[in-house]
Design a binder for this molecule. Structure first.
Ligand SMILES: [Zn+2]
Length: 356
């Protein structure tokens, strides 16, 4: 072997050795890189899109969380104002993500932005905490939304988390007394308390009336309060409300009892001045609620024994939205879709009353 051949052989050996060494280093670097990604990398170990293929990333995540997640029904938001959409989703625990339609937002006035697309669509079942994406657009000619400015409506979501069994007179100066406020009834299947359901419906109604320009005063916006029925009427009197609407759900020992009732004050010494207009409001709201829900009706009922009526000096009605003691109506009353239909009917009836 001459000198030149020996040099070529040694160079070849060195090259092979270098290749092996580089491969080992590369493998080591790759492995380390996967185990400990830099914290400021584009993806992180916590990002499922980085560790698993994008088309499989959502399925395992939702399976993992399904043990603790609460399934909820997405309400239909199409055509609703942004304010209404917020209220509806708040009640279900779903997060709202809003995109504005760039071609239509120029003239948006206040809350007069309407949902024109939503994903996922209404009635889809998702987990509480999931996101609903909506696209909103301005409504042309939104000045009509303000035609009821100045009208005041007081909404009283019936009951409260804990009743107060101490007594108050059933009307000013009366010897007859009744408990100040009770805890209400409970869903026979859902176990949902009346005070919670009627608050959800009332908040929906509030958003609807406000988007029509009505000033709304709520007697309560949480369940943990202590406000007697006469005090609730006092809130409506102080506000000089055009209407004091009380929102309740019914209960009976007979689980087959069902349907909507509209209660209004009769012509007793206290309520004589408000009985007529209250009856008219009851008619209009009753008809609109029956139309919007397609539900059965028990009609209008005159009452002289309700403290919340007898203490009221402004027209007042009480909507019994259905029976929580009836398994079918109990489920309906917890459904965001049905609650929305109830609120829609009440708002339509109230606005018709304010227009007269
Ligand atoms: Zn009630």
């Amino acid at each position: 072997m001459n000198e030149a051949v020996r040099l070529r052989a040694r160079t070849r050996l060195l090259a092979v050795g270098l290749l092996v060494a580089m491969s080992v280093l590369a493998i080591a670097a790759f492995t380390l890189g996967n185990l400990t990604p830099a914290p400021d990398a584009e993806g992180s170990a916590a990002d499922p899109a980085w560790t698993t293929p994008p088309d499989q990333s959502s399925a395992p995540a939702s399976q993992e969380s399904s043990e603790t997640a609460i399934a909820v029904e997405v309400p239909d938001l199409l055509g609703k104002t942004l304010a209404e959409a917020h209220v509806l989703l708040e009640a279900t625990g779903v997060t709202l993500q809003v995109e504005e339609d760039p071609s239509l937002v120029a003239d948006a006035v206040g809350d007069a932005r309407i949902v024109e697309r939503q994903e996922p669509v209404g009635s889809t079942v998702v987990n509480a905490g999931d996101v609903v994406r909506v696209t909103v657009a301005a409504v042309p000619g939104t000045s009509t939304q303000r035609e009821h400015t100045g009208a005041v409506v007081v909404i009283d979501p019936g009951h409260q988390a804990h009743g107060d069994s101490s007594h108050e007179p059933i009307g000013p100066g009366s010897d007859r007394t009744k408990p100040k406020v009770t805890g209400g009834t409970t869903g026979v299947v859902t176990r949902m308390p009346e005070y919670e359901i009627v608050l959800q419906i009332s908040m929906n109604l509030k958003a609807r009336l406000e988007s029509a320009g009505v000033t709304v005063v709520m007697t309560r916006m949480t369940n943990d309060v202590n406000i007697s029925n006469s005090e609730r009427a006092g809130i409506a009197n102080d506000a000089q409300a055009e209407l004091f609407i009380r929102v309740h759900a019914d209960g009976s020992t007979d689980t087959s009892q069902a349907g909507v009732s509209m209660l209004y004050p009769g012509k007793n010494d206290w309520t004589e001045p408000i009985s007529g207009p209250s009856h008219r409001a009851a008619e209009l709201i009753h008809d609109a609620v029956v139309a919007s829900t397609g539900g059965s009706s028990r009609g209008l009922v005159e009452r002289n024994d309700l403290s919340g009526f007898n203490w009221s000096t402004v027209p007042t009605v009480l909507v019994e939205c259905g029976f929580l003691t009836n398994p079918v109506e109990d489920r309906l009353l917890s459904s965001p879709h049905y609650q929305d239909k109830l609120a829609e009917g009440m708002a339509t009836g109230i606005i018709a009353y304010l227009n007269e």
